[in-house]
Design a protein around this ligand. Sequence first.
Ligand code: FES
Length: 311
Amino acid sequence: MMQPKLTSKVRATDREIGEVSKVIVDPLSHEISHIVVSMNGNGERQVPMTFVQAVTDDLVELRAAAGDILELPPFKRDDYVTTHEVEIAHLEDKIHVTPGEVLVPFPELEKSVKRRTFFMNFTHVIGFLIGLPIAFPVLRYLMKPMYSPFDNGWLKIGNVSKIKQDDIGFQFKYKRKVKEAYMPESEIEKNVWVLKVTPAVQEKIYQGKDMEFKDASGKTVWTNKKDFPYVAYSGKCPHLGCGYKWRQHKVLGQVFLCPCHLSIYDASGKVLDGPAPRALDSLPIRVSATGEVEIIDMEFKAGTKSQIRII
Ligand code: FES
């Protein structure tokens, strides 16, 4: 079947009811899930693709009567973002409706925050990350005499008993003290995702090799053994550093989804979709005899294919 186009006329079984004003795309499957129909002055309705009988060049025919379509809930613009607001170019390439509004559902998990706040946070992140590559060498230069190598201390983040199921992402939050030259010491809140992994996922992560972590000087500070059943991923998306979440998807199953530009990762951290340039960043992890999970908090440069440690 052809894809519905913006401004195509929409006809119910009994009469013409309006035109396509937007299309809604499922960010995971890349399929159009709904069309939004502007109802000739009766507001907009969000019509599932299952209602669509046929699509021709400039007409969308529905298998329901005009009355049934009017009964559908009105379209709520706030539940969606356009693919321009968040750069999801790969979706627009797939969906042949340019120019105009291609929408994707506003991430479920972010719905509790207001749209404005969400985008304000987003801008903030971008500003920060654009600033970072310039600021970092300068800061490092200025601080040279007192610049110390990376902090490779272990941080306790919680007990392993909190993880109830294998291959399921569990988020641990922790605080880290930061001390910049000339600035008072402060604390920032951070998080990591920890999974107890089955051998199949373990194999995908390690591919038969232990994972080494290095100091600024290139010296190995820790090795995650390939048969150790726990993994920790840095809470920052390797694309541009947003926080991501563990979500259920009806086709892909359980995945990590980053709401900023919709990068998707599986339990092994592998990129399944979206603009992320590399897999999720694994961190050094160990578990004490009493089940205390400890990590070394490392950060890697966002947006690069290879992993470049910055903290
Ligand atoms: S920050 Fe862009 S996809 Fe995560």
